[in-house]
Design a protein around this ligand. Structure first.
Ligand SMILES: *Cc1c(COP(=O)(O)O)cnc(C)c1O
Length: 226
């Protein structure tokens, strides 16, 4: 095995995050392979991302379409097996670019966006892995479907629009205990028969992993503060 002390900083941090993530999953009796680590690269340039690619990591997340478009086509040309997820809010006028660029979108949060994605997928002959963002804290200013409306929105996305909804995503309120929100999201996904759970960031990915996350979105713990 490579000695982590000889790796560039982001690659060493990646190895540590992976080890902590796997340990947390095992602790909860889960298979560590069922928790995918999305390395969140927003604000970071290719020079910071490359060591992580060279270390073999291929799953990345960005929160803005324009920023991703400026950065990832070049990196993809060098590493064709990169998988890129949109984890930030999507505006309908960016849907065409988003469907072209990303493999998954974690922020399907309203009927208008769901319809725009469906139309673009049809146009481009592409199907993305999609997550419904749930506003688990029911915060008025925050994106996401209210928990009580999630079942009806899921049915609309699937039955009316033919979208591949794989699971649910949440961003807990900053001042609250994330575990409560993760457990709530896991229960909701279970009730709806959805297998994937996108939850957990740098400060709480171990908790998320223990509570059933299948995708954690980790930025600063790998790449440093923004
Ligand atoms: C930036 C971001 C993350 C990663 O946050 P860190 O605290 O840096 O790990 C996760 N999810 C979303 C939606 C983000 O925008």
């Amino acid at each position: 095995m490579t000695d982590p002390t000889t790796l560039p900083a982001p690659a060493a941090a990646l190895a540590e995050v992976k080890a902590r993530l796997a340990a947390a999953a095992r602790e909860a009796g889960r298979n560590p392979a069922s928790v995918h680590l999305i390395a969140v690269t927003k604000t970071f340039g290719p020079e910071t991302i490359l060591p992580v690619l060279e270390a073999g990591h291929r799953l990345f997340g960005e929160n803005r379409v324009q920023e991703a478009k400026a950065k990832w086509p070049d990196l993809r040309a060098r590493y064709p097996d990169i998988e890129l997820h949109l984890i930030g809010p999507l505006q309908s006028n960016k849907t065409r670019e988003a469907v072209a660029l990303f493999d998954a979108i974690h922020t399907v949060d309203r009927p208008k966006i769901a319809k725009a994605i469906a139309d673009e997928q049809q146009r481009q002959g592409k199907r993305l892995k999609l997550f419904i963002e749930v506003n688990t804290g029911e915060e008025p200013q925050k994106a996401g479907i209210p928990p009580k409306e999630t079942a009806a929105f899921l049915a609309h996305c699937r039955d009316d629009l033919g979208l591949d909804i794989a699971g649910l995503m949440c961003i807990p309120p900053v001042e609250e205990e994330p575990a409560v929100h993760f457990a709530f999201l896991a229960k909701l996904a279970g009730d709806l028969g959805l297998a994937e759970l996108s939850m957990g960031m740098s400060g709480d990915f171990e908790t998320a992993s223990e509570l059933g996350a299948t995708y954690v979105r980790v930025g600063s713990a790998i790449f440093g503060s923004r």
